[in-house]
Design a protein around this ligand. Sequence first.
Ligand code: HSE
Length: 442
Amino acid sequence: MRTVNVGIIGLGTVGGGVARLILSHHDDYVASYGIDLAIVRACALEPEAARACGIADEAFTTDWHDVVCDPSVDVVVELIGGEHPATEIYEAAFAAGKHVVTANKALLGRHVEQFASKARENGVQLKCEASCGGGIPIVSTLERDLVGNKILTIAGILNGTTNYILSRMEAEGADYADVLADAQAKGYAEADPSADVDGFDAASKTAILASIGFGTRVTTDDVFQQGIRTIAAEDIAQARELGYTVKLLGIARNTPAGVDARVHPTLIPIDHQLAKVAGAMNAVYVVGDAVGETMFYGAGAGSFPTASAVVGDILTLADPISKGAEPLPEPEPFKQNLPVRPMDELETKYYVRLKVADRVGALAEVVGVFAKNDISISLINQVEDAASDGDACSVIFLTHKAVEKNMQAAAAELAGASCVSEVANVLRIEDVSAWTEGVFEN
Ligand code: HSE
């Protein structure tokens, strides 16, 4: 057995957890797997960050080059996030023949193919279990355990911050702004919440999972993205009354018309497994044509849950290294290049909330706009509540399946209609029964 040398770049919440986990379980890994892990280099801004984790002073550096250029390092663990210098770290590590483990979803969401190819060219691996769903073992599940399937659907609650906000809005009937402010005060949401609430984080994760699950190139730019800022307490209450809950989902579907990849607030039936995922927890629902429905639930963030995923990747690489062999090079990234279906072509049902003038003919005018855009209404509900102000009242419309392009055209037309004072929200209602289309019959 030879010692496997690890170099960690970044000792924040995740990096600190990784160091603590490796150091506290060192003897267990030796006893259980015959793997002796040593943290030989650790890069952070301050030496206290390393000392707090129990890392020896001589391993500490403030310069990432010291980690990547150390000939004894077998595995480089990048946990600083962001595009730079993470990109340079990968390039230098691959060129030096070192494997890379990362949780960097923003970078991989855009460039997973490019980095996987670079790793392959250099005979090493790039592993990213922690990039999606924190501690949930979903990347390796898609890469390995479900490979006998054609993966049909991946639908995930991939962002804990937004699920926490939506769950509290639903439980308390509270407004978005109040819950966000409280979440920020308690440290559950970032001071600048954009990456979470505008859907960037979930879009990166959706791109990575779709790429791996479907074996094709899907980048963050291919993922339609809409966040939760416009969701009002009234929408959540109305959805609930109609039998739905509102979740920010990352949805990727492998359809005959191409890959459908999107992140947006979605109405799903309250009895669906994903509807029951509350608070900051994450869940990934995966349908394979053989396995059918599966769901993976767990902490999507946090020091030790994310460290669990990172250390799992390190041990996977360390297993052959400790026995004197090299892990196989990164496999060829994608053998397919499936088309990505434009969002305009999506066909789904919609929930529309309008503020409409309370006068004769107003509803007829609105229905006329829907009809003109080939959108058929399945339900109209005029809401008698405090939100109704003066001459305007809130009206909820549910539609039959319609085409996204038509709905956007109708929404734009309604926004300019004299009888409509506000198009308060247009939300998609997911047809969850379509998620299992293509599963083999037993
Ligand atoms: N900011 C993310 C979330 C965690 O709220 O889920 C890290 O991906």
